[in-house]
Design a protein around this ligand. Structure first.
Ligand code: AMP
Ligand code: MG
Length: 520
């Protein structure tokens, strides 16, 4: 297998001098060297060939036993030294101290076609950062991460990627519902790929420990390596760096809002410094459009990470990053200016995104009201977000009396759409129609544009669960079917039409289909 590992990443950062992997607090170091655990029967069950190609690997390479051994941690390439990163984080609003790569092991880096990638195993055994957990991952959550991260990439959302999904052949004990009923599940490993896995929490940990020396080393490294266009590190560059991170964070979250993705655990240790969607745990996709929805059972009481709150949480998390960077900048104003700008940009970017979803190219003041009214009616009765926006593109100008017919498939309980709601819809379609008159595009042109921002296929929770149920029985065909379909989420793909449908009723309250715990 022709893979050319590099090791530029760790060279300039301080390492933990201890080479053991027992659990501990690691001070004044950004990472610890670790050994992946040996697996008993490694087996690759799916490969993202797009990702493999981006790394310079051929299909033949991915079929070799070298590949299977490398991407399950059974072999370590010569001249590479796997490592786990140290980071901290705010979890559900509270400072949680040291967290770190408790079950992620970075193998090495690859430079290909002017891009640098870090390859990382998730679920390859304990590290100094594993705290009280085992360092492993189960098939169920690995399928969810594998399918969703690649789907997000093809949806045009900044994200970490996935190269492969493998079984380890080992059993892993999990209490899936946190109800005292533990059971053995199949162990699995996803190979994740990203230009960097640094998180907000990577910086917070050193600020919290008042270790400003390591903090500065890491920030300078980050700028030199990933943000060099901002100039060489200095106080003013640090402020520009923060502005750039804020911009990317907002961009990522506006994409989430556009497609109805709810991350579920927006803790600061799950916020990428590059603005990539990272750490796919109890995430979910909106089915009924509802700002108050979260898939995460651990968060069901306060719903801190609900759909409608994601932009605010992005800002809250940026406040934590601002606090972490403050010791290097020693001035509040530049940081505050960025946080203020986020609020302004959030309003304008959200409106811009909703205009695109509605097929509106011009900017008119009345659009704010049109959008707000729509969001209100969408929530007044359970309306499938994906179906609604996709079918709205079929609307024909002048036909507002029949607007409801175009979108009727999106209602979960059509017979319960009361007369006053139907009335609201008619009112909204009339306003939409008046607004469309101000545009120059034909119905067909508008439809084409709308279909580039409103996906036809997303990874609904029940779909992932069906693939998981099959995979647990040793059948991986559905993983492949969903994977292939989600490579072209904006295309019609008639062969997959059955997946362009509301969540079936049996899935409404089924475990894994509507609510998920963090157990993974
Ligand atoms: P998460 O909320 O899944 O992003 O994880 C939060 C923290 O818990 C991170 O430091 C993870 O590395 C760690 N963690 C999660 N699951 C495990 C596990 N099975 N073994 C060790 N550490 C874990
Ligand atoms: Mg995490």
């Amino acid at each position: 297998m022709k893979i050319k590992p590099k090791h530029t990443f760790i060279e300039s950062l301080p390492a933990d001098p201890l080479l053991e992997n027992y659990r501990r607090q690691v001070n004044a170091a950004c990472y610890s060297y670790v050994k992946p655990r040996q697996t008993s029967a490694p087996k690759i069950i799916h490969v993202s060939h797009d990702m493999a190609n981006a790394l310079g690997l051929s299909t033949k390479d991915t079929r070799s036993s070298d590949f299977a051994n490398l991407f399950t941690g059974n072999t370590v390439l010569q001249q590479t030294r796997p490592y786990a990163m140290c980071y901290g984080g705010h979890q559900f609003g509270q400072w949680a101290g040291q967290l770190g790569d408790g079950r992620a092991i970075n193998l090495f880096e690859v430079a290909h076609q002017n891009k640098q990638w870090t390859l990382q195993l998730k679920g390859a055994g304990a590290t100094p950062y594993s705290r009280s957990a085992d360092g492993l991952a189960v098939l169920r959550s690995s399928i969810r991460e594998y399918l969703c991260s690649e789907a997000m990439h093809h949806l045009g959302v900044p994200t970490t990627r996935a190269l492969s999904l493998a079984l380890t052949g080992d059993k892993v004990l999990r209490d899936m519902l946190y109800d005292g009923n533990s059971a053995y599940e199949k162990g699995a490993i996803v190979t994740r790929v990203a230009p960097s896995f640094l998180r907000f929490g990577s910086y917070e940990i050193f600020a919290a420990r008042q270790d400003h020396k390591t903090l500065k080393t890491l920030v300078d490294f980050t700028i030199n390596r990933h943000f060099s266009f901002l100039g060489s590190p200095s106080k003013s560059t640090y402020a520009k760096f923060f502005a750039e991170v804020a911009k990317r964070t907002l961009n990522m979250i506006v994409h989430w809002q556009r497609i109805g993705f709810v991350h579920g655990v927006m803790n600061t240790d799950n916020m990428s410094i590059l603005g990539l969607t990272i750490d796919y745990g109890p995430y979910g996709w909106l089915e009924g459009f509802d700002f108050g929805w979260t898939p995460n059972t651990t968060d069901s009481q306060h719903k801190r990470y609900r759909y409608g709150n994601q932009p605010n949480i992005g800002l809250w998390n940026l406040y934590q990053l601002a606090n972490a960077l403050y010791p290097l900048i020693e001035a509040v104003e530049p940081l505050e200016a960025v946080l203020e700008q986020y609020k302004v940009d959030f309003e304008s970017k959200s409106l811009e995104m909703m205009r695109l979803k509605l097929g509106l190219e011009k900017q008119m003041e009345s659009d704010v009201e049109l959008v707000q009214n729509l969001e209100e009616i969408l929530q007044s009765t359970e309306t499938d977000m994906t179906l609604f926006f996709r079918n709205l593109s079929l609307y024909k100008k002048g036909d507002y009396l029949n607007g409801l017919t175009v979108i009727k498939d999106a209602f979960y309980k059509p017979h319960e759409v009361a007369e006053h709601i139907a009335q609201s819809w008619r009112g909204w379609f009339k306003a939409y129609d008046v607004r469309l008159e101000k545009e120059v595009h034909s119905d067909q042109e508008r439809q084409l544009q709308m279909n580039t921002v409103n996906p036809k296929y997303v990874l609904r929770n029940y779909m992932a669960q069906l693939a998981i149920d099959d995979a647990n029985k040793g059948d991986y065909e559905l993983i492949d079917e969903l994977f292939q379909m989600l490579k072209q989420p904006y295309d019609e793909q008639p062969q997959y039409e059955k997946w362009f449908a509301k969540r079936p009723d049996w899935a409404r309250h089924k475990v894994g289909c509507s609510m998920l715990s963090c157990s993974s």
